[in-house]
Design a protein around this ligand. Structure first.
Ligand SMILES: [Zn+2]
Length: 151
C-alpha cells in the first residue's frame, strides 16, 4: 500500500468516527503554537494535543520568520472578523538537534537569510546552533509585533 493510500484510509476511518462534527474556529485551549516541522517534535505527540485544541504553525526550526508574522496577522484578522474571544496564548517551541542548526550561516546564507528575514551579516544573531538563545532572540522579536499577546 502506498503512503497516500495508507493516509487516505486513515482519514476515512477518522471521518467515520467523527460524523457530523464541525468544531468552531476557536481552538479550545485558545493557543497558537509555533514549532519546528521536524517529525520528532510534533506537538500532537510531545504536548499531547488533541483535535481542535490549538492552532499549530510549523516551519523549519520553529523560528519567528517574516512568513510566520504574516500568518499571525492573518489569524488575528480572522479572529477579529469572526468575533473570537481575546486572550490567546502563543507558545514558541523549538528543540535540540534541529536540522536547521545543521546549516551554516556562512555556507547556506542564500537560504537562511531570506527565510529568517535578515541580511547574511545578521545570521549570527539568529543563534542557529544554540536553541536556548534562538528562543530568547525570537521572543524578543515577537515582543515587537502588534499581533502577539502580552504573555
Ligand atoms: Zn527542528
Amino acid at each position: 500500500m502506498t503512503t497516500l493510500a495508507t493516509l487516505a484510509q486513515r482519514n476515512r476511518a477518522f471521518a467515520a468516527t467523527h460524523p457530523g462534527q464541525r468544531p468552531g474556529l476557536e481552538p479550545s485551549l485558545k493557543t497558537v503554537i509555533l514549532c519546528c516541522a521536524d517529525h520528532r517534535a510534533d506537538p500532537a505527540h510531545v504536548l499531547g494535543l488533541r483535535p481542535n485544541e490549538a492552532i499549530v504553525i510549523r516551519n523549519p526550526g520553529g523560528r519567528v520568520t517574516p512568513d510566520f508574522l504574516r500568518n499571525l496577522g492573518v489569524l488575528a484578522t480572522i479572529a477579529r472578523v469572526e468575533h473570537l474571544s481575546s486572550g490567546f496564548e502563543l507558545i514558541l517551541m523549538q528543540h535540540t538537534d534541529c536540522g536547521l542548526s545543521h546549516l551554516s550561516p556562512e555556507t547556506h546564507a542564500e537560504v537562511l537569510a531570506p527565510f529568517l528575514g535578515v541580511g547574511p551579516a545578521e545570521l549570527g544573531a539568529k543563534n542557529l546552533s544554540d536553541p536556548m538563545e534562538a528562543v530568547r532572540s525570537d521572543i524578543a522579536l515577537l515582543r515587537q509585533n502588534p499581533f502577539v499577546p502580552p504573555r
